[in-house]
Write a protein that binds this ligand. Structure first.
Ligand SMILES: [Zn+2]
Length: 181
């Protein structure tokens, strides 16, 4: 899942009904929702083989990542509730990825997932309502800054998603070169 993760973070922010100054910063929720993909990208940049996301998307990898990002969020916000929400969002990265992609449950373990990335149009149809719902929920909370919930932001997110789906449809989704030695 690509843009859908942003929708999930926005939805989580909208559902945070604590006093305004206690609410989890959206940036932390976005960082948590995207953390496994950021790590994945770092491995790819370093040309380090990360087969089926074993070191970024497996249960142990996500668990460690959730702990690290959760502790960092606690040190920054001094809120245990925010830290738990952030850690939970890291783990919540995994279920939608089992729909869109294929991920190892642990290193060397079974690789599961429907892998709808192979049908770009279907992936777009699955991610679209998640992005729109998250954006709409956050927009309704009178969220500031308003640019984050502007129509332009929604169009930008859906454009990124469409570009990804079209490119994976045209080029296919290949394993990173670092894994094909
Ligand atoms: Zn992912």
């Amino acid at each position: 899942m690509i843009a859908g993760h942003v929708g999930i973070a926005a939805g989580a922010r909208a559902l945070d009904r604590r006093e305004a100054d206690l609410r989890a910063p959206l940036l932390w929720l976005l960082a948590a929702s995207a953390a496994p993909d950021v790590l994945d990208a770092a491995f790819a940049l370093g040309q380090y083989c990360n087969p089926a996301g074993a070191f970024s998307h497996s249960l142990p990898a996500a668990g460690i990542l959730a702990a690290i990002v959760g502790v960092a969020a606690f040190l920054h916000t001094r809120s245990a509730a925010t830290a738990l929400l952030v850690a939970a969002l890291v783990m919540l990265h995994l279920p939608p990825d089992y729909v869109t992609g294929r991920k190892a449950l642990w290193s060397g373990g079974p690789v599961i997932g429907l892998y709808i990335y192979r049908w770009g149009w279907l992936d777009f149809l699955v991610e679209l309502p998640i992005v729109v719902a998250g954006w709409w929920m956050l927009r309704r909370t009178k969220y500031t800054p308003r640019w984050a919930v502007s129509g332009l932001m929604l169009v930008a997110l859906l454009t990124v998603q469409a570009a990804f789906d079209i490119s994976s449809q045209v080029n296919g989704t290949r394993a990173p070169r670092s894994c094909t030695r």
